[in-house]
Design a binder for this molecule. Structure first.
Ligand code: TMP
Ligand code: MG
Length: 317
């Protein structure tokens, strides 16, 4: 028995120490002061399990506005896909003013830490419905959307190219799940040359008539807090995502946490939340809800480092 042969302790301890070193997840980006984690060891265990399972078991599900795009640049807000439409090529000054008033009324509700999701729900439906009605009245022309995106100040987060390209190279499916406007979202990633074949988009798409004029929005409305329904109805049916039980989920709203609800038999769902605004009021709920919280971080550095680690075991010490 072991306690009769004390010499065995040293090799066993050495082997255990080496094993621990080998399996320890050391990602320097996770030590930045903008990174908050409720349970660091759980994050490390999950990353390690996902790395062992490999790229073939992984899918990435990401929100778009203020998650893949920046929240601000040089102190100015970066437009969301809806706000990119605020261009005189597409909508009148009066419509732009009405959309701004709606944003000023409803965005504070969307991010209000003192209200529950249930309380926010009807307000979100009102906001999206009113904006889409306004947009339809403007008779927006499909052939002018690309120009509006070019003229806008939209920016993907720093490091976006590595994020999109790495996933494409490794054939890891990327599902972008957005309550924004799908046609604009696609144009943004096209113009940044990162719309690869592994990318799938679920969003609010415009419906144009035969002359290319906006006449409606297609399908069921997606807003910030009904992504679960969309996940069950739409994402669950995407064959490219099937048989991939490990998920890296990226979002900037608590509503984004339900984007992986359509994944069948998930094994590890690692969630990263960008906390862009109202930091002090929302910090606690974000830390309690996301595995990793990035405070006012305008880069993709942490998701990229996690992906490098999961996919190729790089950065391992
Ligand atoms: P996301 O799901 O890609 O983040 O898109 C939803 C965001 O769009 C949400 O945070 C609110 C924002 N939004 C606007 O900026 N303007 C609008 O008119 C509407 C309806 C939503
Ligand atoms: Mg968002």
């Amino acid at each position: 028995m072991v306690y009769h042969v004390p010499w065995i302790y040293t090799p066993v301890r050495t082997i255990l120490a080496i094993w621990h070193q080998l399996t320890k997840t050391e990602i320097p980006e996770l030590t930045k002061c903008s990174v908050l984690m409720r349970e660091r060891s759980r994050v490390e265990e999950m990353i390690h399990a996902m790395q062992r399972a490999g790229a073939g078991s992984l899918q990435v599900i990401s929100d778009f506005d203020m998650t893949l795009t920046r929240f601000a640049h040089n102190g100015r807000r970066v437009p969301t896909t809806h706000n990119i439409l605020d261009n005189r090529l597409l909508i009148s000054e009066d419509c732009a003013k009405k959309m701004k008033d709606l944003l000023n009324t409803y965005y504070p509700v969307e991010i209000d830490a003192s209200r529950s999701t249930e309380e926010k729900l009807p307000h979100m439906v009102d906001w999206w419905t009113k904006v889409h009605e306004l947009l339809i009245q403007q008779k927006i022309r499909k052939d002018l959307l690309a120009q509006a995106v070019k003229e806008s100040t939209v920016m993907l987060r720093d490091g976006y190219k590595e994020f999109f390209d790495h996933l494409a190279e490794q054939q890891v499916p990327l599902l972008i799940f957005s309550a924004g406007v799908g046609d604009i979202l696609e144009e943004v990633i096209q113009q940044n040359r990162v719309f690869h074949p592994n990318t799938h988009v679920i969003s609010n798409y415009m419906d144009f008539d035969h002359a290319g004029v906006l006449q409606a929005f297609k399908g069921q409305l997606i807003h910030t807090f009904n992504k679960r329904e969309g996940a069950l109805r739409r994402a669950a049916g995407l064959t490219a995502l099937q048989g991939r039980p490990n998920v890296l989920l990226l979002g900037d709203s608590l509503g984004d946490l339900t984007m992986a609800d359509g994944v069948s038999e998930p094994e590890n769902v690692l969630t990263i939340g960008f906390l862009n605004d109202q930091v002090e009021q929302r910090k606690e709920s974000y830390v309690n809800s996301f595995d990793i919280v990035l405070v006012k971080d305008e880069t993709m550095d942490v998701p990229n480092a996690v992906l490098r680690h999961i996919i190729s075991g790089r950065d391992r010490k």
